[in-house]
Write a protein that binds this ligand. Structure first.
Ligand code: ME8
Length: 521
């Protein structure tokens, strides 16, 4: 059996349309899923929508809809966006699915059977937007002196009867988990934050609500619905068929990676492992909290702040692959970054159109014109050819896979760009356009060398730009089954070069982009 890899994104609140942060996280997860598949692993990739909770209920009420209607409408937008962005998910989960209610009740019963749930009264500062209670000491003062959560959202003093989870009993076990598995929480800065939080002592967690009924019913206590985070986190199990002992559970649980944003690390790295320990279920291997995308003014886009860029519009305007490339190339994944449309255009033009696109276009056009579209033979290698191969090999066999596996997307693409620059420097130095008359054999070798390097570099960025690299490799006569770096190096070039394939007149893959007139002033 091949090695497996189960990764998940957060499930998104469908209380509005998706914003760029949702696209960012899901694209990053998709790149990883595609990368691991390319490495021959059996990947399962899950995303979806988180449809319960007070936030959904309130938003629906404001809009004069039922929560179910709101969830249906908005979940469709997420689904459609992810399809548009070429997200290769295996399962799109909605927490209103009946299977999910069953899974959430099963984990609840397992925690109850372990003696970790009890009924009491809850009073505290509750933020509806964050769906979380905060300790008095965590609150900050707003501009008008009002109390705000550490995320800057309004809080209200709330009193209700509630089921509690004995989180306080899990502090030492959690600290042991973090100590024994230094990679359980990444990046390091988030791990430190969580460890400090847990070392400060954990209080029991209120895990049910009676003030509204939009959620999963508590088994045996039907006037309570589960705190939305209990059911939300359980989605990662539901998608594999829990509580049944399914083939997918056996194959894919524990999850290899929960990819989430930095604001919800505490839920995934403290509550979730505690719930799982309580229920006697194995723990996921890693939680990675990525940074936030901010707009050009350094502000976080959010539905509640109303400053949302529609990622589908960006994809229509600049191209899906350009957007995917930009988001992963521009920012260091663990850190926040601010973006602008000007930055998208600049990055796409300098790196995709002018560097890689132009390299491919120049090379293929020369083969088309000077070699009648037939792939030229390699007539021995010079030191320059060998140096270029060594550079490209290092990048695609070592630097890029290491960086992808480490979620260092910007580094993977920086290494890729370095190899593209090396190819451009090589073509300029070798000037194959001048060799046709003076040394046609050398021209053939130079073009063949570039052809191999371009194909290898295209394969290495398939996870980031699947559609455009697919198009380029099709045009180069490299079939889907041949799109592994190993296959390219060892098998395909000679049969192609023996005349089985003829290039069509090459079309540019990345057009030069322009900024719409209203942007970038
Ligand atoms: O938190 N930049 O849902 P959500 C980057 N339903 N990432 C961002 C972002 C931004 N500006 N804004 C949000 C929830 N995110 C819960 C999750 S999981 C069991 C339940 C990320 O729709 C955010 O950090 O508010 C989260 O990982 C994801 O988008 C969904 O956010």
């Amino acid at each position: 059996m091949s090695e497996t890899f189960y990764l998940t994104t957060a499930i998104h609140y469908p209380n509005g349309k998706p914003h760029i942060g949702h696209a960012y996280e899901t694209i990053a997860a998709d790149v990883l899923a595609r990368f691991h598949r390319q490495m021959g692993r059996e990947v399962r990739f899950q995303t979806g929508t988180d449809e319960h909770g007070l936030k959904m209920a309130q938003k629906a009420r404001d809009l004069g809809m039922t929560p179910r209607e709101l969830a249906d409408e908005m979940s469709d937008h997420f689904h459609a966006l992810f399809d548009k962005l070429d997200i290769s998910y295996d399962r799109f989960i909605r927490t209103t699915e009946e299977e999910h209610h069953r899974a959430s009740q099963a984990i609840w019963k397992a925690m109850e059977a372990n003696g970790d749930l009890y009924l009491d009264r809850y009073e505290g500062w509750y933020s509806i937007r964050d769906e979380a209670y905060y300790d008095e000491s965590e609150l900050v003062d707003g501009e008008g002196g009002e109390k705000l959560s550490p995320q800057g959202t309004p809080v209200e003093w709330t009193v209700e009867e509630s089921w509690f989870f004995k989180l306080s009993a899990y502090g030492d076990k959690l600290l042991a988990l973090y100590r024994d598995n230094p990679d359980f929480i990444r990046p390091e800065s988030r791990r430190n934050e969580v460890m400090r939080f847990v070392e400060g002592g954990l209080r029991d967690l209120s895990v049910s609500r009676t003030s509204f009924d939009w959620g999963v019913k508590v088994p045996g206590s039907e006037e309570h619905v589960m705190y939305v985070w209990v059911d939300a986190l359980t989605n990662y199990l539901t998608g594999l068929g829990y509580p049944d002992a399914t083939e997918n559970m056996a194959k894919f649980w524990p999850a290899d990676l929960h990819l989430i944003g930095k604001d919800i690390v505490r839920f995934h790295a403290v509550y979730w492992p505690a719930f799982l320990m309580s229920a006697g279920i194995e723990l996921p291997k890693q939680v990675f909290g990525h940074g936030f995308l901010l707009n050009r003014d350094g502000k976080k886009e959010s539905k509640s702040a109303g400053n949302v860029t529609d990622p589908a519009e960006l994809a229509d305007r600049y191209g899906v692959d350009v957007l995917r490339y930009f988001l992963l190339r521009e920012f260091s994944f663990g850190q926040d970054g601010s973006y602008s449309q000007e930055a998208i255009v600049n990055r796409a033009n300098s790196e995709l159109a002018n560097s890689f696109g132009n390299l491919a276009q120049r090379t293929l056009s020369l083969i088309f014109k000077n070699c009648e579209g037939k792939l030229p033979p390699v007539n021995g290698h010079s030191d320059e050819d060998n140096a270029l191969f060594a550079h490209v090999d290092r990048v695609i066999h070592q630097e890029m896979p290491d960086a992808y596996a480490d979620l260092a997307f910007a580094q993977a693409l920086e290494a890729w760009m370095g190899a593209v620059f090396a190819c451009n420097a090589y073509i300029d130095a070798q000037a194959p356009w001048g060799l046709k008359k003076t040394d046609p054999e050398r021209m053939q070798t130079v073009l063949a060398t570039l052809y191999i390097c371009i194909a290898q570099l295209a394969v290495a960025v398939i996870p980031v730009m699947p559609e455009s690299m697919g198009r380029l490799l099709d045009a180069m006569g490299i079939a889907p089954g041949q799109r592994t770096p190993e296959a390219i190096r060892s098998h395909w070039y000679s049969p192609l070069a023996e005349g089985n394939f003829t290039l069509e007149k090459p079309q540019g893959i990345f057009p030069r982009l322009e900024l719409p007139e209203t942007e970038g002033e």
